[in-house]
Structure formats: structure tokens, C-alpha cells
Design a protein around this ligand. Structure first.
Ligand SMILES: Cc1cc2nc3c(=O)[nH]c(=O)nc-3n(C[C@H](O)[C@H](O)[C@H](O)COP(=O)(O)OP(=O)(O)OC[C@H]3O[C@@H](n4cnc5c(N)ncnc54)[C@H](O)[C@@H]3O)c2cc1C
Length: 458
């Protein structure tokens, strides 16, 4: 029997694909890198995943778990071929419990669908990557995804209580549990979170929920420079204010968004100023009666550095617009090297200035926006990769983007992960002994190296 036939005996022949279009569709991600899988399989449950992994373990076949395929690290690209396990059939929200404040979900649940289901019960799942209408909970866990709300509420890790994971030997284990405190042994849940599908296949997750904040208000502040904008964000935090979202947008991003809105015929809830050099978007949430006072405190903290403040009466529409920033920026040049460095918050003004210098030095647009509250800036290096001079310049600039982040006390990825796109730079973020420790964990759990091979480590 061929591998495809064996897989068909596990999941049914209609859920095993070797045709070129399905292979192509499931062998790439938001990086647009593509390497064909040999076969794509869509299991229905954990028992089927166990049998698939045991087969792969027996024959030493690479396995790549796949969620929404909107990762920015090439994590879901099967660079060594093998079996792609797509999670689109394992997409059930199994339970939402308003007393335990947990959601129990399969890994293929779309992040935004969980938001909607929680909201329908008056509850709230904060992690909100801009890709939330396409990304899955499994992919979010594998990358420890964040989003604008991470500033106040935290990233995926802070909402992860337990997992079911199929290990590379085909054993199904449960980690953590339906409890908010857990001091029993190693934190395997934490280990799996952010491991980019290299240690196992997640088949179920127990997630923490919160009561939904009753109301929110959004303010947009305009600045004459990126430094002023980032310094105002620092002033806000230094004044003891904790907005639910605190986002930076530079001038080129605003221009790209204006063009995108016009091209796509989208509605704008607020006029995007054409000439301003930087924007700060601030959301406060909580009980309705307290929000006036909260916004007053925000205003007095950022007004001294700002050119102007505009309150948007259509906050959610403005945040929806914010989610288009990434595709909007992508239209500036044919190719985008998209990094998501992090620095300590108070170094963001310096980092943004360093990016302005680097832009002048390398001669390529460097477009920045992102989660300034977390010091997590999306740095987009725009180029035409078919132009050899631009490609060479971009390669040097990419290295500097990472080096500067690390020199300023930060690291090379805040939420997109390492995958294949940053593996050559892992040594900047971690000492050799730390990388060896990570490899020892990988070797212990996956001695045959079948689970998402070629990722994270160069
Ligand atoms: C427009 C845009 C905006 C974005 N904005 C954000 C943002 O604000 N914040 C943010 O954090 N990210 C953002 N991202 C990046 C991306 O959406 C996230 O990394 C997301 O978590 C990927 O989810 P996915 O389901 O698409 O995962 P995939 O791309 O399918 O896979 C990503 C990784 O997860 C692994 N994986 C997937 N499912 C499983 C599973 N069941 N078990 C084990 N491993 C698994 C894969 O093997 C791979 O290594 C954005 C991407 C785009 C395109």
C-alpha cells in the first residue's frame, strides 16, 4: 500500500489529496514561499491524528501541521515534503463555560469565530491577531500569537490552560488542564506554546476567557515625528495608564492605507490625515461610566507631544481598518520582508529613528507600524526582489533590523515566530548554550526529526 492509500484507510479517501492544486494551496503561507507536500490529509479527530503520526514515525516521513496558512514565518511550508495535516475539519468549539471561564476548542477553530462565540455569551477571548478572520487557534498557539490587545491582556500564552497534543511517536498526551492554577510538574503547555509545530500536533486546547468589557472608546493622536509618537506612548504608560490597545502607525503606512481604502472602496470611519508623520491609536475599555475619565487621562498624557487628537465615534470600524495595514503596505513594492522585532518600550523612539537612518542608508522603503505598547514593531522592508541590487541591499538591512533590536535589549520576533524566515538569526537572540538546550528538548521529544523539520533551527 502507498502512504496515500494508508492515509485513506485512516481518514477516508475523500480527505486525502495528492492533486496539484490542493498540494499547492496547502504548501505555502503568508510568506508566499512554497515547497510541495507529498500528500495533504484532513483528519476528523485526535485518534486519526495519532494514527497518521504513527505511520509517519514508522516511515520517518516529515509532518507539517497546518491551520489557516497565514503565518509570516514559513512555519506551515513543508520544506522537506511529506505529509501536511490540515486542521480545517477539526474546527469545533466544543464548550464555552461561563463559570469556569474556559473555552474548549479544536485546533482548526478560526480565531475570530471564537471571539464571536465568546461574545455571544458575554465573554471575551482577548488575543486578536490582525489575521483573526483566517488564522486558527492551533496556529495562534504554535506561534504564541499576539495582537493589539496584548498590551493590556497578554498574548495567547496567557490564555492557554491546557492542550491535547499528539507527540512525534504518535502518543496523545494532555497537558495543563481546566484549572487556572497548576503547579504539578513541568509546564508542557507552555513548552508547546510557541514551538511552531516542531514538538507535536495540537488536537485540542483549553483557553481562558474573561467577562467581556462592557464598552470601549478609541482616540487617534497625530504627531510630527515617529519619535514624538513613541515618546508619547511611553509617557502614557509612565503615567500609570493601561489602555486596551496602543498602536503606532508611521507616515508611509498611513499613505498605503489611504490608497488601499480607495482602491478597495472601503469605508473610512475617520479621515486618515494625508501629511501627518505618525499616528497613535489608543483604545480604553471597561465600564461605560469610567471611560470619560480614562480618556481624559490619556489626553493629558499624550497631548503635550501631539499635533492633534481625534476621538473616533466608530472605534471598531477604525480597528477593522487597522487590520488592513499589512496587506495595504504589501502594495508599496512587489516584495515585503516583514519583521516583528521587539525592544523594551522605552527604546522604541530610538529604534524608530534607527529605522529612518537605515532607510536612508539602504535606499529601500522601511515602513513601520505595530504594537508600540509592547515595544513590538512590524518593520516592513519593501523591495522588488527580482532586482539584484535591491535584494542585496535588503539582505544587509534585514540583518541590521535584527541586530539593532538585540543591541537595544530586545529580540528578533514578538509574535510571528522563527520558522524558516528567521532561523539564520536565532543566534542573535539566544546564546549557543540556550540553542543547544532547545535542540536537546527537540531531540528528546522528536528523535527522528519528523515534526516540522527544518524550522526554528538553522
Ligand atoms: C495580514 C496578517 C496580519 C497578521 N497579524 C498578526 C498579529 O497581529 N499578531 C500575530 O501574532 N500574528 C499575526 N499574523 C501572523 C499569523 O496570522 C499568525 O502567526 C497566526 O497565528 C497563524 O495562524 P495560522 O492558523 O494561519 O497558522 P499556520 O500559518 O497554518 O501555521 C503556523 C505555524 O503553526 C503550526 N501549527 C498550525 N496548526 C498547528 C497544530 N494544530 N498543532 C501544532 N502546530 C500547528 C504550523 O506548523 C506552523 O509552524 C498576521 C498575518 C497576516 C497575514
Amino acid at each position: 500500500m502507498t502512504v496515500a492509500e494508508e492515509l485513506a484507510s485512516i481518514v477516508g479517501s475523500s480527505h486525502v489529496h495528492t492533486d496539484a492544486p490542493t498540494i499547492a494551496e496547502n504548501s505555502t503561507d503568508a510568506t508566499r514561499r512554497c515547497h510541495p507536500a507529498d500528500v495533504v490529509v484532513f483528519p476528523a479527530d485526535a485518534a486519526e491524528v495519532c494514527r497518521i503520526v504513527r505511520l509517519a514515525d514508522r516511515d520517518r516521513i516529515p509532518i507539517v501541521s497546518r491551520g489557516g496558512g497565514v503565518g509570516y514565518a514559513g512555519g506551515a511550508v513543508p520544506i522537506r515534503g511529506g505529509i501536511v495535516i490540515g486542521m480545517k475539519r477539526m474546527n469545533r468549539i466544543l464548550e464555552i463555560d461561563p463559570v469556569d471561564l474556559v473555552a474548549v476548542v479544536e485546533p482548526g477553530v478560526i480565531t475570530g469565530d471564537l471571539h464571536d462565540a465568546a461574545a455571544a455569551r458575554g465573554l471575551f477571548y482577548p488575543p486578536d491577531p490582525a489575521s483573526l478572520r483566517k488564522s486558527t487557534i492551533g496556529g495562534n498557539i504554535a506561534h504564541n500569537a499576539g495582537g493589539p490587545r496584548a498590551f493590556k491582556y497578554g498574548v495567547t500564552r496567557q490564555f492557554l490552560l491546557g492542550l491535547d497534543v499528539v507527540l512525534p511517536n504518535g502518543c496523545l498526551i494532555s497537558t495543563g488542564g481546566r484549572v487556572v492554577k497548576n503547579a504539578s510538574g513541568y509546564d508542557l503547555t507552555g513548552l508547546m506554546c510557541g514551538s511552531e509545530g516542531t514538538l507535536g500536533v495540537i488536537t485540542r486546547a483549553i483557553l481562558r476567557l474573561l467577562p467581556a468589557p462592557p464598552a470601549s472608546r478609541t482616540l487617534m493622536a497625530l504627531f510630527g515625528s515617529a519619535r514624538d509618537c513613541a515618546q508619547s506612548a511611553c509617557a502614557l504608560v509612565g503615567a500609570g495608564i493601561v489602555p486596551s490597545k496602543l498602536e503606532f502607525v508611521d507616515r508611509a503606512s498611513v499613505a498605503a492605507l489611504r490608497r488601499y481604502v480607495a482602491d478597495e472602496g472601503l469605508a473610512t470611519p475617520v479621515e486618515l490625515p494625508p501629511t501627518v508623520r505618525a499616528l497613535l491609536l489608543v483604545e480604553v475599555d471597561g465600564v461605560r461610566d469610567g471611560l470619560d475619565a480614562d480618556l481624559d487621562r490619556v489626553r493629558s498624557a499624550i497631548e503635550p507631544g501631539a499635533l492633534g487628537l481625534v476621538e473616533s465615534g466608530h472605534g471598531e470600524a477604525l480597528w477593522e481598518l487597522r487590520r488592513h495595514l499589512s496587506p495595504a503596505v504589501a502594495r508599496i513594492r512587489p516584495d515585503k520582508i516583514n519583521e516583528d522585532i521587539v525592544v523594551p518600550r522605552r527604546r522604541v523612539p530610538d529604534y524608530l529613528e534607527a529605522m529612518e537612518r537605515l532607510e536612508r542608508e539602504c535606499g529601500l522603503p522601511i515602513v513601520c507600524f505595530g504594537h508600540v505598547g509592547d515595544g513590538n514593531i512590524h518593520v516592513n522592508l519593501m523591495l522588488d526582489a527580482s532586482d539584484a541590487a535591491q535584494a542585496a541591499s535588503a539582505a544587509g538591512a534585514k540583518t541590521r533590523i535584527f541586530e539593532l533590536a538585540v543591541e537595544m535589549g530586545g529580540t528578533i520576533s514578538g509574535e510571528h515566530g522563527i520558522g524558516i524566515m528567521k532561523s539564520d538569526f536565532l543566534h542573535l537572540a539566544h546564546a549557543p548554550a540556550a540553542i543547544e538546550a532547545m535542540k536537546a528538548v527537540k531531540g528528546a521529544l522528536d528523535p527522528k526529526g519528523i515534526m516540522n523539520p527544518g524550522k526554528i533551527f538553522p
